[in-house]
Write a protein that binds this ligand. Structure first.
Ligand SMILES: *Cc1c(COP(=O)(O)O)cnc(C)c1O
Length: 361
């Protein structure tokens, strides 16, 4: 018997998703960076991405990149969060290429890289409107001029990010502007901009619609590979699987209870004031998993007739009244995961992982 709660990971489906996305991007000569942060850089998932054709892996945490390298993976590794000044030593040791936007940090990188005799590769991030990371576009040439003076920094290209904190969508226009900036750098600063990194999964739609500027030659894809979803458009990607990670939790209590709480309503364990509808007596199950391990709104029960009611740190309540079948204590309830739930479930040390159909090498 397997231990619960758990995530079952279908590696062959991840290989398939990787191949599909690489195929789509190859038509426009775009390289895909396989982003592993959504599954806490699970080593076997990273290997599945490599098997699907990924050459460079990316993650937001150096610990994850370190883990991947120490597992024996030889791929190039990209850090996709602006590095902390306090982690530059590890950055140089484990990361092959990083995204950056702060000159003061780049100076530290250059200084420390000098000691090891290497040149650290970077992608300069430009803020195209989502207002997360990046220098403002009008600062580009000026910043590049200063980066050129840092002897141990190798400016490989520029990049942008969309749909992250403000929900700004990538378009022909804002990506076109990024391409124009690359041209401007090349003309004014006389250096070759090898990489134009256009964003994440949300950009795939532009490829499908043939609305991607020609010179975009790199995308950093996480959720598209991991879950086969373009999550900002709430659509599934053609040719991909969504049931790549399945969460299972076990029933520890099963009782008929009224749907309206009894007593005066104050705040719940997370400071919210909950509201409930009176649906009469309902059959409720408690699953032994909670907010430490999941994200409530991004769990999708696999079977019909199971509805999520609420969760506290260690308990997930589901309504099973409409479930057509036998159900008892110790039974397992399975869920598909959307991105926030995948992130939580693979970060939680309480959720075990089981791997399926990995081909032996
Ligand atoms: C998370 C992230 C990605 C990947 O985004 P997905 O939507 O999962 O494809 C790409 N680039 C950066 C900088 C990120 O932080």
């Amino acid at each position: 018997m397997k231990n619960n709660p758990r995530v079952d990971i279908y590696l062959d489906k991840i290989v398939n998703n990787t191949k599909e996305i690489i195929k789509k991007c190859a038509k426009k000569e775009i390289e895909v960076i396989g982003i592993t942060k959504g599954c806490s850089a699970d080593v076997r998932v990273a290997k599945a991405m490599i098997k699907g054709g990924i050459k460079t892996l990316g993650d937001s945490r150096i610990e994850n990149i370190k883990k991947l390298k120490e597992s024996g993976i030889k791929s190039k590794m990209m850090l996709i969060r602006i590095p902390m000044p306090s982690e530059i030593k590890q950055l140089i040791e484990y990361v092959d290429i990083s995204i950056n936007s702060e000159l003061s940090t780049l100076k530290i990188i250059s200084n420390l890289a000098q000691k090891t005799g290497i040149e650290h590769e970077i992608i300069l991030m430009i803020d195209m409107g989502d207002l997360r990371e990046g220098i403002m576009p009008e600062e580009t040439v000026n910043t590049v001029r200063k980066i050129k003076q840092l002897p141990h920094i190798k400016l490989m290209g520029i990049g942008a990010n969309f749909c992250c904190v403000s929900g700004v969508m990538p378009t022909m226009e804002n990506l076109g502007k990024l391409v124009m900036l690359a041209k401007e750098i090349e003309e004014k600063e006389k250096i070759h901009i090898e990489i134009i990194s256009g964003g994440s999964t949300s950009v795939l739609k532009l490829i499908e619609d043939d609305k991607i500027p020609q010179n975009i030659n790199q995308l950093r894809i996480g959720v598209g590979i991991l879950l086969g979803q373009d999550d900002v458009r709430l659509r599934n990607l053609k040719g991909t699987y969504q049931d790549t990670f399945i969460l299972t939790a076990e029933i520890v209590e099963l009782k008929l209870k009224p749907s309206l709480p009894i007593g005066t309503i104050g705040r719940d364990a997370f400071g919210q004031i909950p509201v409930f509808k009176d649906l009469g007596l309902r059959k409720r199950a408690i699953l032994a998993i909670g907010k430490q391990d999941i994200h409530l709104n991004s769990l999708i029960p696999l079977k019909k007739g199971i509805e999520i009611i609420a969760a506290s740190s260690d308990h997930l309540l589901v309504d099973v009244t409409d479930f057509n079948g036998n159900i008892k204590i110790g039974d397992e309830i399975k869920f598909k995961l959307n991105y926030p739930a995948l992130l939580a479930a693979t970060t939680s040390k309480y959720v075990k992982r089981y791997y399926h159909r990995e081909e032996k090498k």
